[in-house]
Ligand binder design. Structure first.
Ligand SMILES: *[C@@H]1O[C@H](CO)[C@@H](O)[C@H](O)[C@H]1NC(C)=O
Length: 151
């Protein structure tokens, strides 16, 4: 099947090349992971993670190459067995909330899928009384910081 590259970019339903979650949440100062799945035929290709509200001005943060897989608070790992690559963002800040893209580098136009990252501000009111209680107890023992680091 031949398709114009611009169409492939949007990852047509039924024409699977790359898939990711529509959105991912993280808590300020916590961390989050994003997993993008790709068709096995892209196994040996370089994968990337970029940040952009507008496609076309996407700033690549990390790539699955030896020198670029980790930068500041962001890292990317490709699992060639499961055909899933995982992006980890840590020490999250409010301004990390944005539109990002999981992508595959290839000749012509890269393949990509959009992922919206949502950051819950630190100090968000906890509605579950159970959580509130365990936090209060943890705090009374000193120094325990709650967050989404445990997964
Ligand atoms: C890659 O995925 C396979 C299958 O899910 C898993 O068994 C393996 O541990 C993963 N490898 C790494 C390095 O995470």
């Amino acid at each position: 099947m031949w398709l114009p590259p611009a169409l492939l970019l949007l990852s047509l339903p039924g024409c699977f090349s790359i898939r990711g979650p529509a959105s991912v949440r993280g808590r300020e100062q916590g961390s989050l992971t994003v997993q993008c799945r790709y068709d096995p035929k892209w196994e040996t290709y370089v994968k990337w993670w970029c940040k952009a509200a507008v496609w076309g001005s996407c700033q690549i943060l990390v790539k699955t190459t030896e020198s670029e897989w980790k930068k500041d608070r962001v890292s990317i790992r490709d699992n060639h067995t499961s055909h899933i690559f995982t992006v980890t963002m840590k020490e999250l800040r409010r301004d990390d909330a944005d539109t990002y893209w999981c992508g595959i580098e290839r000749s012509g136009i890269d393949l990509a899928v959009q992922v919206v990252v949502i950051i819950d501000p630190e100090g968000t009111v906890v509605t579950s009384s159970e959580n509130l209680l365990s936090r209060t107890i943890a705090n009374s023992h000193g120094g325990f910081s709650s967050g989404s680091n445990v997964r």
